[in-house]
Structures are given as structure tokens and as C-alpha cells.
Design a binder for this molecule. Structure first.
Ligand SMILES: [Mg+2]
Length: 102
């Protein structure tokens, strides 16, 4: 399943479960993505299983794709992924991390 397919599945789930589903809910959903990142970090710190950590990372992806559905519905996220990958590939070695060696 690609990102656009995941967006459709997430939308169905959001509607079915009665989750927040309006543009004004975008900041909340972004906060929830951070919370899921924190849960992944916590799972890592506690030495939990790879499966558990992966679950939390997928929760992050859920929220990110859910936000994309509301914030930029006309953007195809599969195309954007490829576009951004090409942009990042063209960046210099250790782009934005050069400060580590100063
Ligand atoms: Mg979670």
C-alpha cells in the first residue's frame, strides 16, 4: 500500500471511530504525532521490543498522513515523497549537521 492508499484507510478509520476530522483539528493532530514520537522514545528507553517501538512509529505516520489529508489535500503524498527524496539527495554531505565537527 502506498501513502495515498494509507491516507484513504486512515480517513475511513477517522470517520468510523468519530475522531477529530476538521481543519481546525490540525494542530491537535500534530501534537498527537509528537506524543506518539515520545511514546516511541519511551519504548526505546525502556528496552521494549522492536514490535512495540515500530507500533509507536506507525502511530506517528498515521497522524502525519491524517494531517496531510486535511492540511494539503490536493498534494499527492507519494509524489511528494519522491520529489522530496530527490531534493534531499542533491544536498551536500552532512547537510545541516556540519556543526558536529566544529
Ligand atoms: Mg501510541
Amino acid at each position: 500500500m502506498n501513502l495515498e492508499g494509507m491516507k484513504k484507510e486512515i480517513e475511513k478509520l477517522v470517520i468510523e471511530k468519530g475522531f477529530y476530522n476538521k481543519k481546525e483539528d490540525i494542530p491537535k493532530k500534530l501534537l498527537f504525532a509528537f506524543i506518539e514520537l515520545a511514546e516511541a522514545s519511551d519504548a526505546w528507553k525502556k528496552g521494549e521490543s522492536e514490535e512495540r517501538i515500530a507500533e509507536e512509529l506507525i502511530d506517528v505516520i498515521f497522524y502525519i498522513l491524517d494531517v496531510s489529508r486535511l492540511a494539503c489535500p490536493s498534494v499527492n503524498m507519494d509524489e511528494m515523497f519522491l520529489k522530496k527524496l530527490e531534493i534531499n539527495k542533491k544536498r551536500p554531505y552532512q547537510y545541516g549537521e556540519g556543526h558536529r565537527y566544529k
